[in-house]
Ligand binder design. Structure first.
Ligand code: SAH
Length: 396
C-alpha cells in the first residue's frame, strides 16, 4: 500500500488510547498531503516519528479524515479482513442470543467504522455510512455471503450521516430476494419488519433489554406507547399481560404494522392505535380525561447536532411533562432518548422537572442503555447514545 498519513507531534495520543478517528487538523500535511489521497483509499497511519500505527480508510473532504480499520499496518480492509471481523462480531452475538435476530455489526463498536448490519435471520440489512465503507460495498456483500449465505442482503443507505460524506441515497436489495415478510422475534414476541419502507434498518434492536424490563411490570395495566413505530414496546406489553395498549404515531404506515403485529400475536383486542402528532395526542388525551398506568416515551432523536442541544432538551422536557399528566396516582413512566448529545443526567433532569411540575414524587427505578449487540467502544464516547429511564411517579 503506497498511501501514508503522518500524524503531527502529539496527535497520536488519542489513537494510542484506543480511538479510531483521525481529524484533518492532526495530519502533518507537509509530509503527507491529504489532498493527494483518493477518497476512500486506505493508508498506513504513522506517528510523528514515522512509526506505523495502523491502517485507516481516508476521506480527505471530511472533518474525520480517516478511520482506523486495523492496528496491523500490514493489513488492509478487504474481503478477508471483513470475513474475520464478521466472525468476531458473530462470536459475540452467539454468546449473547439464542436466536438470529440482532444488530450483527455496530460500526466502530465492532471495529468496522461506518458499517451497520442488522440480522433478521437470513435477511441482512446493511447501512454504509461513510465514503470509505461505501467504496467497500461490493466486498461487504461478498464477505457477508461467505459467512452467512443469506437469503437476501439489503442496502438501506438513507442515513443522515451519509449526507455529511456526500453520499447518495440507495435503498435496494443487492443480493438474493427479499421474502414477502421479514419476521423477527424479540423477548418472545413476533414482529413483521418493514425493511424497505420502515425507519432505519426496519427495527430498533437497541431497546431489547429495556423492553424486557418493562414487560415484567405491565400485567393488568393500561399502557400508552408514544412514538410507537411498529409497536416494539406496545405489542410486547400486550403480550406480557397489559390489559389495554394505545400506540400513537404520526405515521399511518407504522400503525398499520402495529395492528398487523398485534394480530400476529393474537393481541388484536388489546392493542389500538391513534394516528397523531405526539404532542397533540397527549394534549387531546388529557382533555378527554384519559389516564394510563404506564406511559412509554421513545421518540426519534430530538438532538442531532451539538447546536440543537438547548432546543432538544426543551422538547424532551415538554414531552415528559405532557406525558406525566396522563399517569394515574401511582404510575410508571418509561422515558427514552436516542440522542447521543443528551447526557444521561440531563434526561433525569427532564424527568425531575416534569415530576415537580405535577407536584408529584418520582423514583428512578431503572436506568438502561443500548443492548450488548451495540457494544460501546471504550475510547469513543459517541458509540454510547441510548438512554432509558424507568420512573415511578406517585403522590403524597
Ligand atoms: N419507539 C419505537 C421507535 C420510534 S422511531 C420502537 O420502539 O420501535 C420514531 C417514530 O416516531 C417513527 O415511527 C415516527 O413515525 C414517529 N414520529 C416522529 N415524529 C412524530 C411526532 N411528532 N408525533 C408522533 N410520532 C412521530
Amino acid at each position: 500500500m503506497s498511501e501514508r498519513l503522518r500524524l503531527k507531534k502529539n496527535a497520536d495520543r488519542r489513537l494510542k488510547a484506543g480511538h479510531l478517528w483521525l481529524y484533518s487538523n492532526e495530519i502533518d500535511t507537509e509530509v503527507t498531503p491529504l489532498k493527494g489521497i483518493e477518497p476512500g483509499a486506505q493508508a498506513v497511519v504513522e506517528a510523528a516519528n514515522g512509526k506505523p500505527m495502523g491502517v485507516a480508510y481516508v476521506n480527505p473532504h471530511s472533518l474525520i479524515c480517516a478511520r482506523i480499520v486495523s492496528r496491523d499496518a500490514n493489513l488492509r480492509l478487504d474481503r478477508s479482513l471483513l470475513v474475520h471481523r464478521f466472525n468476531q462480531a458473530l462470536g459475540l452475538r452467539n454468546r449473547l442470543f439464542a436466536k438470529p435476530f440482532y444488530r450483527l455489526v455496530y460500526g466502530e463498536g465492532d471495529l468496522l467504522p461506518g458499517l451497520i448490519v442488522d440480522r433478521f435471520d437470513d435477511v441482512l440489512v446493511v447501512q454504509l455510512n461513510t465514503l470509505g465503507m461505501e467504496r467497500l460495498g461490493g466486498e461487504v456483500i461478498a464477505a457477508l455471503d461467505k459467512v452467512f449465505s443469506p437469503r437476501a442482503i439489503v442496502f438501506k443507505n438513507d442515513s443522515s450521516g451519509r449526507r455529511l460524506e456526500q453520499l447518495e441515497r440507495q435503498v435496494e436489495v443487492v443480493q438474493g430476494e427479499l421474502p414477502e415478510q421479514v419476521l423477527l422475534e424479540e423477548n418472545g414476541v413476533r414482529f413483521v419488519v418493514p425493511v424497505i419502507k420502515g425507519q432505519k434498518t426496519g427495527w430498533f434492536f437497541d431497546h431489547r433489554a429495556n423492553r424486557a424490563w418493562l414487560n415484567n411490570l405491565v400485567a393488568g395495566k393500561r399502557v400508552l406507547d408514544v412514538f410507537s413505530y411498529v409497536g416494539g414496546w406496545g405489542v410486547q406489553a400486550a403480550a406480557h399481560g397489559a390489559s389495554e395498549v394505545l400506540c400513537v404515531d404520526s405515521s399511518a404506515e407504522a400503525l398499520e404494522q402495529v395492528a398487523e403485529n398485534a394480530a400476529l400475536n393474537g393481541l388484536a383486542e388489546q392493542v389500538s392505535v391513534g394516528e397523531a402528532d405526539a404532542f397533540e395526542a397527549l394534549a387531546a388525551l388529557k382533555a378527554e380525561g384519559e389516564q394510563f398506568d404506564v406511559v412509554v416515551l421513545d421518540p426519534p432523536a430530538f438532538i442531532r447536532k451539538r447546536k440543537d442541544i438547548a432546543n432538544g432538551e426543551r422538547a424532551y422536557s415538554r414531552l415528559n411533562r405532557e406525558a406525566m399528566r396522563l399517569l394515574g396516582r401511582d404510575g410508571l413512566l418509561l422515558s427514552a432518548s436516542c440522542s447521543m448529545h443528551l447526557a444521561p443526567e440531563r434526561l433525569v433532569e427532564c424527568v425531575r422537572g416534569a415530576v415537580r411540575h405535577q407536584d408529584r414524587h418520582g423514583q428512578v427505578i431503572y436506568q438502561g442503555g443500548q443492548g450488548p449487540d451495540h457494544p460501546v467502544h471504550p475510547a469513543i464516547p459517541e458509540t454510547a447514545y441510548l438512554k432509558a429511564l424507568g420512573v415511578r411517579v406517585f403522590r403524597d
